[in-house]
Design a protein around this ligand. Structure first.
Ligand SMILES: NC(=O)c1ccc[n+]([C@@H]2O[C@H](COP(=O)([O-])OP(=O)(O)OC[C@H]3O[C@@H](n4cnc5c(N)ncnc54)[C@H](OP(=O)(O)O)[C@@H]3O)[C@@H](O)[C@H]2O)c1
Length: 245
């Protein structure tokens, strides 16, 4: 991966941060992104301190325009071309169906589905024109199972998994691979609020433990590497076996 470049959305925290660190350690030049510049710059500093290359490009991903702007700024900041895109930024808002207001519904769909769609629309054609690229969409166990209170969130990610297949078909002939990674319960700043619920959810899977962000980053790093050159349109469950029982 020596000369490759990557944009990882939501890499100021959790799984995205672990993925940025992992790819940078493999020689990839990384664009760290998110709303919070201070946390993003800390990730960039850590990558540089380890001898890697990274920069921060801020974005609040909520519509087609913000996605297109991030794509343009990230591409420019990294020197003109992106080889890897990880659609990781997401909102995990939840609750019972009857109590979900329209603004929450719209925000979840906008960040989790619309923004990845327009990022791919902005970035994949250039990958295709160069004859290759790799995209990973970060999904969730809640896209496969009816987890209580996660209907809208799960639906947004289930739709993203369908886009993984659509894009694999659309861009595959030009050498661009597109896959999903579907994490189970993972200890991150974003999942902290679930408290004991995270451990209880993890306990329902055969492996029974809560993942570290690095466990998910390892799967993402595999899928964007040339080791996965024959893998596209797949969803890789990284959930301790939760979906087999
Ligand atoms: N943790 C789990 O148990 C788990 C399980 C299954 C799936 N996942 C998935 O894994 C991914 C990462 O989750 P995580 O647990 O690592 O969450 P996290 O620690 O809360 O990190 C979420 C990241 O997304 C960014 N983000 C959120 N809204 C954004 C917006 N509007 N615009 C731009 N960036 C935004 C945040 O950056 P800023 O705050 O700087 O904006 C942050 O870097 C998500 O797709 C999530 O659905 C997580």
């Amino acid at each position: 991966m020596e000369t490759k470049t990557a944009l990882i959305t939501g890499s100021t925290s959790g799984i995205g941060r672990a993925t940025a660190l992992k790819l940078a350690r493999g020689g990839v030049r990384v664009v760290v992104s998110g709303r919070h510049a201070e946390r993003g710059l800390q990730v960039v500093e850590q990558i540089r301190a380890e001898g890697g290359a990274a920069q921060f490009v801020g974005a609040d991903l909520r519509d087609a325009r913000s996605a297109a702007e991030l794509a343009a700024k990230a591409t420019e900041s990294i020197g003109g071309s992106l080889d890897i895109l990880v659609n990781n930024a997401a909102i995990g808002a939840g609750g019972p169906t009857a109590g979900t207001d329209e603004s929450t519904f719209d925000a979840v769909l906008a960040t989790n589905l619309k923004a990845p769609f327009y990022l791919v629309a902005s970035i994949a054609p250039a990958m295709a024109a160069r004859g290759g690229g790799a995209i990973v969409n970060v999904s969730t166990l809640a896209a496969e199972l009816a987890l209580p209170g996660l209907a809208v969130y799960g639906a947004s990610k289930a739709a993203l998994d369908l886009l993984t297949k659509s894009w694999a078909a659309e861009f595959g002939p030009a050498g661009v691979r597109v896959n999903s990674v579907s994490p189970g319960p993972t200890r991150t700043p974003g999942s902290e609020a679930l408290g004991e619920g995270l451990r209880q959810l993890a306990a329902q899977a055969p492996l029974g433990f809560v993942a570290d962000p690095e466990d998910i980053a390892a799967a993402i790093a595999f899928l964007v590497s040339d080791e996965a050159r024959f893998v596209t349109g797949a969803t890789l469950d990284v959930n301790g076996g939760r979906t087999v029982v």
